[in-house]
Design a protein around this ligand. Structure first.
Ligand SMILES: [Fe+2]
Length: 446
């Protein structure tokens, strides 16, 4: 195949992936009852309807605006729907549903933008290769992954809606039947000293976000790590053992946070008549003891102190998940084969977690289960640039706005993370008191 044929093939693939990502987010909005679209399920974030406009406004501003230097699609909407809210900002948003345009206007804007963008990208409008001010592949990957990231963040936002505000998918299978017995694992895996490679080289072919560059090798001393993510059963011992009432397990800021917000158990747990229940995406079920517990960084850190351990650093996670006894490193925990459903609970197969260790095909060389999938994993590493970091010129704040010491790196993937982001170099980050994300953890001993 000639170089240009390969290039065209690659472009066709990117356009197919963009179409697929659009249908994923379109379907997500159909999970919300129409009368709930102007709800705000998370107080610190925008109303749901904002995101209907945002995904296409972002694509327009990125592709037509930054990359091709074209004028606005709609002066007002391009700007109104340009940016989400950083939950660390001052105060909570005060806007009312009536401050937002009617749904029909937002949907018509989104359709129009897609149509014009598709004409530009499919060559129906005249765009010369030289019109692209940034590499077309990179721009399209940014648009696709931005949308897929929202497919995840929107899901945990919709998770907060009460069940009667949501539409259950026709192929939904109750997760009540997914539960098996409790699973508590006391042993740890010994990981010998070795090298962990973070990031990717800038001169490689692979797409990555700005924070994934450049490649950076770290020597990691020997440590021990839990083979499984901490389960609800294990975390229940912390709750019953008075973990939320003992200040010695908490840092001063984390203690102040749980007291100020009356945090006394994981966010998705419900206490009812002396029994624990769990708010799954579409139903409430008895607490699934063998699922990974989803908690904030503050709660994960407190639990780690409770068991006399700590959270892994980003480099320790890499070493345990991607390293081998022989000292080599693999592209994925299971080896170099591309991700599929046998490797872990990611890529929208399930709405909720599954029992830990349910996908042995994803086990790492050192024996880590679910290192990618079934919940992101908190690390103790504050989000910071790798050596050689350069912000994307067309999206300068994507990572750099969060290099503030107030966010921690999470690694791996959740059940609602697209397979393309299951790559080793992908880094996600959240602030330590944001309870809504699908983040689990495991402990290490140094
Ligand atoms: Fe966004």
């Amino acid at each position: 195949m000639s170089a240009s044929a390969t290039q065209l093939d690659n472009q066709a693939q990117l356009l197919a992936r963009l179409a697929q990502a659009r249908s994923a987010t379109d379907d997500l909005f159909r999970r919300v009852r129409t009368d709930a679209l102007y709800d705000r399920p998370i107080a610190e974030r925008h109303r749901i309807v904002f995101y209907i406009g945002h995904l296409d406004a972002f694509d327009w501003n990125l592709i037509a605006g930054h990359a091709l230097g074209l004028g606005p699609a709609d002066t007002e909407f391009d700007r109104l729907f340009a940016f989400g809210i950083d939950p660390l900002g001052d105060g909570l948003p005060q806007d009312q549903p009536s401050d937002w345009p009617p749904l029909a206007q937002i949907e018509s804007y989104a359709h129009r933008v897609r149509k014009v963008l598709d004409d530009l990208l499919n060559g129906r409008s005249r765009v010369a290769e030289s019109d692209w001010q940034f590499p077309r592949d990179v721009i399209l990957n940014v648009a696709i992954e931005h949308r897929l990231m929202h497919a995840e963040t929107l899901t945990y936002m919709l998770h907060q809606l009460s069940p009667e505000r949501k539409m259950v998918p026709h192929d939904y299978v109750s997760v009540n039947s997914h539960r098996t017995g409790s699973r508590a694992i006391s042993w740890m895996i010994d990981v010998p000293e070795g090298t962990a490679t973070l990031g990717i080289p800038r001169d490689g072919e692979a797409f990555g976000w700005d924070n994934e560059f450049e490649e950076y090798s770290v020597r990691v001393p020997a440590f021990a790590i839990g083979p499984h993510k901490v389960t609800n059963a294990e975390f229940l011992r912390f709750v019953r053992g008075g973990g939320y009432d003992d200040q010695s397990f908490w840092s001063d800021v984390d203690w102040a946070w749980i007291k100020a917000h009356n945090v006394s158990h994981p966010h998705l747990w419900l206490a009812r008549q002396d029994q624990w229940f769990y708010r799954a995406m579409f139903e409430e079920i008895p607490l699934p003891l063998d699922w990974p517990v989803y908690v904030s960084h503050a709660e994960a850190s407190a639990y780690a102190r409770f068991v006399g351990g700590s959270l892994p650093t980003e480099a320790q996670f890499h070493r345990a998940a991607y390293g081998t006894q022989e000292g080599t490193e693999q592209a994925y925990p299971w080896g170099d084969e591309l991700p599929d459903a046998t490797r872990g609970n990611f890529d929208f197969q399930h709405w909720d977690p599954v029992a830990v260790g349910s996908t042995p095909g994803g086990r790492s060389a050192f024996g880590l289960e679910d290192a990618v999938g079934n919940g992101w994993e908190w690390t103790s590493t504050p989000f910071a640039p790798l050596p050689g970091f350069e912000p994307f010129p067309f999206y300068s704040g994507y990572s750099a706005d969060f290099f503030d010491g107030k966010h921690f790196v999470v690694k791996g993937a959740s059940s609602r993370t697209a397979a393309c982001m299951a790559r080793r170099s992908f880094r996600n980050w959240f602030q330590p008191h944001y309870p809504y994300i699908y983040a689990s953890f495991r402990c290490v001993q140094n």
